[in-house]
Design a binder for this molecule. Sequence first.
Ligand SMILES: NC(=O)c1ccc[n+]([C@@H]2O[C@H](COP(=O)([O-])OP(=O)(O)OC[C@H]3O[C@@H](n4cnc5c(N)ncnc54)[C@H](OP(=O)(O)O)[C@@H]3O)[C@@H](O)[C@H]2O)c1
Length: 248
Amino acid sequence: MKIGIIGTGAIGSTLAKKLSAAGNEVKVTNTRDMATLKEIAAGLGAEAATIKDVVKDVEVIIFSIPFKGYKDLPKNILQDVSQEVIIMDTSNYYPFRDGELAGLEGKTESEYISEILGRPIIKVFNNILEYTLKNKGKAAGEEGRIAVSIAGDNEIHKKVAAELVDQTGFDTVDAGILAESWRQEPGTPAYCTELNAAELKQALAAAEKGKAPAIRDFIINKFQNFSPFPSHEEMVDTNRSAAAGNLK
Ligand SMILES: NC(=O)c1ccc[n+]([C@@H]2O[C@H](COP(=O)([O-])OP(=O)(O)OC[C@H]3O[C@@H](n4cnc5c(N)ncnc54)[C@H](OP(=O)(O)O)[C@@H]3O)[C@@H](O)[C@H]2O)c1
């Protein structure tokens, strides 16, 4: 497929590398000058593109930038993009990093982003840590394959998202419509807890509305008080235990 990725950070770069290795035509953009972007893109097996060009002549656009950065994107960035182009988003909201954002209250994070972009989006790759995405992919059918959940209102777009997730080495679980995507936001049992598909399905069902923000903030506080910074295993263990109600 032809894929445009906005953001070449921890997640965007890993996706670019894996999806281009899987045979997709990938172009990427970030905030750097073109010479620097070209070097980054070459290392990922992707083409460098300006923010205007990254959304042109592609079938899928993946936004992978910090949550507070969406309002700084060019206005109407998707104005000339056909409705058939699938818009995916990996972002998560963290108040300690993104600050208070007017208009977010009462909405799922993805509904808020969808409003800014003026388009329905597919929430995917948000509940997998960079380390997991980079290092823990397995072939389809292999024992212990970790799963990622996908939320969105368009079944065809979700199917394509599932195919791309599979190409990166992970199973998928349908998490329902975008309005239900709070079930995979930070602080939920489904968030970065490295579950297989059956476990992830249960975790999504077990999420309790309104509980996640306090758990999310507890986890971040705990990570910030780790010295040195927590290992990957400690992060996953903390996510699992806090989401299960252990807030000590
Ligand atoms: N890290 C994780 O483990 C993880 C896991 C799942 C989901 N997520 C979520 O996925 C999103 C990306 O996370 P990340 O860790 O990859 O972030 P990151 O490492 O901070 O990278 C962010 C990328 O976005 C680019 N960017 C920011 N504003 C931009 C703009 N206006 N136009 C073009 N590019 C822009 C940055 O460009 P420059 O390189 O030029 O600065 C950078 O390449 C976040 O919302 C995060 O919460 C992260």
